[in-house]
Design a protein around this ligand. Structure first.
Ligand code: AMP
Length: 281
């Protein structure tokens, strides 16, 4: 596996592969890799001739009071994990390399951002859309792999690909969890040992919601209350949101039917965690 920090160098490599008719699969990440990222890389490995993984903690997608500075970084460890998972290139540009000049054009996501993380993290998806556009133009992949854990991101990237006519297939990948159900996340290391135990309640609340819906509950408010009670009684975290929408449209639903997403965000002392379930009600 080749570790590359310069855009021009990666472009040269990709150009050569394309000349030889090879397909490129792309896995964008912010690093501090875990099994969730590795499942994306392995899927990309199985479906493409060449696999490019990027590691870039994108300042544009962090708000002023968010954890950009403290976001965990460990390029050495990431390099060995990405190599083992089968990546051919690890693209790890500096902020200076990605944003050499002050931007004269930026992306604004217009749809599907007034809910979920879009509402509690203003500007976040504009930053995501900008960096994903740049990375797509640098890597020129046939396929791009994104985790369903960030379901709203998948919806936004789907819109980006369609609106801007990127000839790229978006491949959503199921959420990878710890044995006790907690969704794997680079931010889990910021939980205290007590919070780490409590955090299993997030997935439990989603499971309870799904079960209640399976048993015939059709009222979204009732489901949200049920989940709130579980999280409030079993954790010290503060609920940022628990919301239910149609999926992938992310429109409010009066009655639970059809394909829906139940999503939540909870703030613990050192980390804000998100999780969701998408299923047919
Ligand atoms: P991040 O480094 O957190 O920006 O994540 C990079 C990619 O990995 C995104 O597409 C995420 O949705 C995906 N991802 C993160 N955690 C998981 C997980 N637990 N299971 C599956 N995919 C994940």
């Amino acid at each position: 596996m080749n570790v590359i920090e310069q855009i021009a160098e990666l472009r040269e490599e990709i150009k050569e592969h394309k000349r030889n008719g090879r397909t490129v699969g792309f896995v964008p990440t912010m690093g501090y890799l875990h099994d969730g990222h590795l499942s994306l890389i392995k899927k990309a490995r199985a479906e493409n001739d060449i696999v490019v993984v990027s590691i870039f903690v994108n300042p544009l997608q962090f708000g002023p009071s968010e954890d950009y500075d403290s976001y965990p970084r460990d390029l050495r460890h990431d390099t060995s994990l990405a190599r083992e998972a089968g990546a051919d290139y690890l693209f790890a540009p500096s902020v200076q390399e990605m944003y050499a000049a002050a931007p004269s054009v930026s992306a604004t996501v217009k749809d599907r951002t007034d809910v979920l993380c879009g509402k509690s993290r203003p500007g976040h998806f504009d930053g995501v859309a900008t960096v994903v556009t740049k990375l797509f133009n640098i890597v020129l992949p046939e396929r791009a792999y994104f985790g369903q854990k960030d379901a709203q991101q998948v919806a936004v990237v789907d819109g980006l690909i369609k609106d801007f006519n990127f000839p790229i297939k978006l491949v959503p990948v199921e959420t990878v969890r710890e044995d006790d159900g907690l969704a794997k996340s680079s931010r889990n290391i910021f939980l205290t040992p007590e919070e780490r135990q409590e955090a299993t309640a997030l997935y439990k609340s989603l499971q309870a919601a799904r079960e209640a819906i399976g048993n015939g509950q059709k009222n979204p408010e009732t489901i949200i209350e049920l989940m709130k009670t579980i999280i409030d009684t079993q954790t010290s975290g503060k609920i940022d949101y628990i919301e239910i929408y149609s999926y992938p449209e992310l429109k409010p639903v009066d009655t639970l039917k059809g394909r829906i997403i139940i999503a939540l965000a909870v703030r613990f002392s050192g980390a804000r965690l998100i999780d969701n379930m998408i299923f047919n009600a």
